[in-house]
Design a protein around this ligand. Sequence first.
Ligand SMILES: Cc1cc2nc3c(=O)[nH]c(=O)nc-3n(C[C@H](O)[C@H](O)[C@H](O)COP(=O)(O)OP(=O)(O)OC[C@H]3O[C@@H](n4cnc5c(N)ncnc54)[C@H](O)[C@@H]3O)c2cc1C
Length: 295
Amino acid sequence: MSELCTSRAVTAPAATVLENREVARGTFLLRVAAPEIARRILPGQFVMVRGPGEGADDPLLGRPFALYEVNRDASGEPTSLDVVYLVIGRGTAALSRRRPGDRVDVWGPLGNGFGPSSGPGPAVFVAGGIGQTPFLALGREWLGRATYGDQPREVGPPVSSATLLYGVRSADFLAGVEDFERAGIGVEIATDDGSAGRPGFVTGLLEERLRSGERPAKLVACGPPPMLAAVARLAGAHGVPCDVSLENHMACGFGACFSCVTPILQDDGRPDLRRVCVEGPVFPADRVDWSRPSH
Ligand SMILES: Cc1cc2nc3c(=O)[nH]c(=O)nc-3n(C[C@H](O)[C@H](O)[C@H](O)COP(=O)(O)OP(=O)(O)OC[C@H]3O[C@@H](n4cnc5c(N)ncnc54)[C@H](O)[C@@H]3O)c2cc1C
C-alpha cells in the first residue's frame, strides 16, 4: 500500500518487512520498505511502528523507535529504514514475530532530531541499554560521511572524531558494535557484570575522560533516566555542552495525547511541561528538570 503524506510526517500503512533478525540478546534489527519516510527522516527523529499481534487492533498503539539507518539503492535513493529494538513487553514481542514479507504500520518522521554538530572538535555519544540506536546515523552525519533528509538544513562542520561510550548489562546485549566501527565511530564498552569492556556503569568511562582533561565539543546521551541525569551532571560540572534524547512512554507520537510530557526548565528557571514526541525527544541536558520523576 502506498504512503500517505500529512505535513512532514508520512504514514506507511502495511509497509513490507524486509528483515527482522535478532542481532543481540532480545534485540532485533527491523528493516521496513518505507521510502518516503526514509527520504525525510533525520538522525534523532523516530518512527511509530505497529506490528499486528493476535488481532488487527492488537496492540492498538504503535511503539516509538529511533532511526537507526536509512538504506539506499545503487543511485543513492532511500528505499528503506532500519530500527533496532529490544523486546520489552507486548508491542515489541509482537514485532519480533514479524517475518520478511509481513506488513507493519509505520508513521514518521516524528520529533525534532539532533541539532547541528558543534564541530570541528570531537563528539562523544553516551548510550545505556538500547540507547545506542540514534547514534549510528548521527555519527555518520556529523563525521560528514552521510546526509539525511530531503530539505536543506544546517548540520555544522564535520567533527574531528566520534566516539560511542556504550554501556549494557552484559556482553550478550551489545548490538551493532561493528556497524559503528564500520562508520568510523570509535566504540568503548562498559558492562555491569564485567563480561566485556570496563566493568561498571558507562558513566565511569565518561568520567575518566573528563577527569583526564578531555573536552568534547559536544556530548549527546540516550539511555535510562538515571544515566542521563548522571551524564547531565558530569557535563555541567566540566562545562561541556550536552544534549539528551529522552525515551518517555508515549501513545500517539504526534503531540495529541500529552502522555509523554516532561518538565523542561524555562528561561526563568521554572519547569514547564513539554511533549517529548513533538518538542523532543532531544533536549539540552541542562534544561531537563532531573529532580522530577516524569521521564
Ligand atoms: C523517542 C523514542 C525512541 C525510542 N527508540 C527506541 C529504540 O530505538 N529501540 C528500542 O528498543 N526502544 C526505543 N524506545 C523505547 C520503546 O519505544 C519501548 O521499549 C517500547 O515502546 C516498549 O513497548 P512494549 O509494547 O514492548 O512494552 P509495553 O508492554 O508497552 O511495556 C512493558 C513494560 O516496559 C515499561 N516501558 C515501556 N516503555 C517504556 C519506556 N519508554 N521507558 C521505560 N519503561 C517503559 C512499561 O511500563 C511496562 O512495564 C524509544 C522510545 C522513545 C520515546
